[in-house]
Design a protein around this ligand. Structure first.
Ligand code: ADP
Ligand code: MG
Length: 661
């Protein structure tokens, strides 16, 4: 972008006061306020440029005159054409050259905003919008560049942005446009209709108008309660550049305070929402006029949408519309104040150059070529299919002609006179041929029948054999199954029997075990008793030995025995005692080992056992009185020297009881 292309200028501001309407009530006041007076300056228009000289508009209310500086003013005599030339033409030109442009109509309801922007249907009454469209399409014809147009039409009603050209009622959103696309904002998802004639664009706007939210008030039956924004998008293509610009035409809702509305109670929320947009517009204009660092564009949908128009890259004109008459005094004053503030705002407009995306252009061209080729292929296919159809039709015509010829021929033959002999020959020949053919056919048929019969027989036999085999296999399988089943039953029976036997054995074993336990207990008791008996017997024997010894001593004392005999007897007796002692030691050792091995058979004293064992072996004490013939009392040495048996220890040996489960 060339620095010279940047246009830095103020928002150009105009005031238009509409004439009094024929049916408008004339103020009855004896001292009506005078209408605003336009002082000095004026607007000169020639073919090439618009030269607006500085103008002041002075307004007297309540005997006080205030003057506001504006760029131009129109009273009731100002025509639509004059207003257009002064306010819009240069901006529309700029839009055709790649700049963004905005024209706003501001003012209270019934002040002439819609009349200014759209106007009436006659040519002279046509407002800014139709004139701008005409101008742009005129530029399209004259320009070296290719200009294409598309139209969007949206409204902001109660802070809701909606599409007036689309079918859906979804709320639209305002987004920032990327810097490479020229920056600014755009309405996302808004319908964009390509337009090729001013008529088409006006029809679309008229269709959109029917959707606008309107409500009746006492001030103006058709007063608009919504902000209507028409966006005419222009794409300007040259050999090496692409520029996109937008002409934004805004017909604002009435700027009056809701207190001025008779229907205010019903539409308080609506009025608040409308006032929100307009007061935000006022705040933004004030911030921009005072060059404050922060401008609250995001306070309302309206200011966000007009962000570029107010303080950005658009050339902007504001037409402040005023109504005549005393009723409008207050509103006119505030409208003029707003206009004067807006005039202080400086905008810095520049053409919106868009980087040419050669890749996209290439893709676009390639797509169109592909599309053309596809269509060409389809057309060729259609030609081919038509050719085929034509060929088939020709073929059919030929066939029909041939049939026709054949029929003609047959007809001629039928009409030919028949010679009798010829006819008989022919009939005979035909008959003979028929007979031959019939015979041949019968033969062939019989042969075929036979073959088929034999094949069928073979097949039937094969099937029967197979069926028999299957039946046999089936029987065998059944028999096997039966056998298997019986086997299973027998096994089951056997299993049951074994189980019962096992249970019986188990019970028997348990009983036997109990018996054995009892037997063991009984045997133990018996053993104990026998051991006691043996002890008793041993004690008795010992007593008897002692008695015998005493009686032998007595006998010795009573019998006379010589010294030599006594000595011999004593010698003999001592050797006997030694032998007994040795024997006793042996037995004692054996008993100790038996006790250690658990083979003790009861408590028998060692001496008694030695005597018992001597007696068991058949040994006997020599009859002393017989051998020595005398009586001598001797000490019972045999018992004196006998070692005593160790005390018998009771061992409780409980037998382990086997368990059966
Ligand atoms: P607004 O849009 O501000 O509510 P309108 O544009 O609807 O007001 O104007 C209200 C009435 O005044 C309409 O009937 C309109 O035709 C008429 N009117 C407005 N301005 C003019 C004008 N300059 N000359 C003639 N009639 C006008
Ligand atoms: Mg209107």
């Amino acid at each position: 972008m060339d620095r010279n292309d940047v246009v830095e200028e103020k928002i150009r501001t105009f005031v238009r006061q509409r004439p009094a309407l024929p049916d408008e009530p004339v103020p009855q006041s004896t001292n009506p306020p005078p209408p605003p007076t336009f002082l000095g300056g004026g607007i000169d228009v020639d073919d090439d440029c618009l030269d607006v000289t500085e103008t002041s508009i002075c307004y007297t209310a309540n005997d006080q005159q205030r003057c506001y500086e504006v760029d131009g003013g129109f009273d009731g005599d100002g025509t639509q054409a004059e207003v257009y030339e002064a306010t819009a033409r240069s901006i529309v030109d700029a839009v055709g050259s790649g700049y963004n442009g905005t024209i706003l109509a501001y003012g209270q309801t019934g002040s002439g905003k819609t009349h200014t922007m759209r106007g009436g249907i006659s040519v002279s009454e046509a407002g800014i919008t139709p004139r701008a469209l005409l101008q742009l399409f005129e530029l399209q014809k004259q320009s070296d560049a290719t200009l294409t147009f598309s139209l969007s039409y949206v409204q902001i009603y109660c802070e809701r942005l909606s599409d007036l050209l689309g079918n859906d009622t979804d709320e639209l959103s305002i987004r920032d446009r990327p810097a490479h696309d020229g920056g600014g904002v755009y309405v996302r998802n808004a319908t964009r209709v390509p337009v090729t004639t001013p008529r088409q664009a006006l029809d679309l706007l008229a269709a959109g108008d029917s959707k606008r939210a309107t409500a009746s008030t006492l001030m103006n039956e058709f007063s608009s309660r919504s902000h209507a924004v028409a966006l005419l998008h222009v794409e300007r293509k040259t050999k090496d550049s692409l520029q996109r610009s937008t002409l934004t035409l805004v017909d604002l809702a009435g700027s009056e305070r809701h207190a001025a509305c008779a229907g205010r109670y019903k539409r308080l929320e609506e009025s608040r929402a409308i006032n929100l947009g307009l007061s935000a517009l006022g705040n933004c204009v004030s911030a921009l006029a005072e060059r404050r660092p922060h401008v609250p564009y995001r306070d309302s949908k309206l200011t966000r949408l007009l962000q570029a128009s107010l303080g950005g890259t658009a050339r902007t004109a504001l037409i402040a519309c005023c109504a005549p008459g005393g009723d409008a005094t207050g509103e006119t004053k505030s409208t003029l104040e707003f206009a004067a503030r807006a005039r202080k705002v400086v905008v810095r407009a520049a053409p919106r150059d868009v980087a040419v995306d050669y890749q996209s252009l290439y893709e676009e061209v390639k797509d169109s070529i592909d599309d053309y080729r596809t269509r060409e292929r389809k057309a060729l296919d259609e030609v081919e299919s038509l050719k085929d159809k034509e060929e088939a039709t020709q073929q059919r015509i030929l066939e029909l002609e041939r049939e026709n010829d054949a029929l003609k021929h047959a007809l001629q033959r039928q009409q030919r006179p028949v010679v009798e002999g010829d006819q008989v020959d022919v009939i005979e020949q035909l008959h003979a041929k028929f007979n031959d053919d019939t015979e041949e056919a019968e033969r062939r048929h019989a042969a075929e029948l036979r073959t088929a019969q034999s094949r069928a027989d073979a097949k039937i036999k094969a099937y029967r054999d197979a069926a028999e085999v299957s039946a046999r296999e089936c029987d065998a399988a059944e028999a096997a199954l039966t056998g298997e089943r019986e086997g299973h039953l027998a096994s089951l029976k056997e299993l049951r029997r074994v189980k019962a036997e096992f249970r019986e054995t188990e019970a028997r074993h348990a009983a036997r075990v109990s018996e054995l336990i009892e037997e063991v207990a009984a045997a133990k008791g018996e053993g104990e008793a026998k051991a006691q008996e043996a002890d008793k017997a041993a004690d008795a024997l010992l007593k008897r030995v002692e008695t015998l010894e005493v009686s032998r001593q007595e006998q010795l004392e009573t019998d006379y025995v010589s010294r030599d005999a006594v000595a011999e007897m004593e010698k003999l007796f001592r050797s006997t005692i030694d032998a007994l002692a040795a024997r006793l030691e042996d037995l004692e050792g054996k008993r100790v080992s038996d006790v250690a091995a658990g083979r003790s058979r009861g408590r028998v004293s060692a001496g008694a056992r030695a005597v018992l064992e001597s007696l068991d072996a058949g040994e006997d004490l020599p009859p002393l009185h017989e051998r020595f013939g005398g009586r001598r009392r001797a000490k019972p040495l045999a018992t004196q020297n006998m070692p005593r048996a160790p005390p018998r220890r009771r061992v409780s040996a409980k037998p382990a009881i086997p368990r059966f489960y």
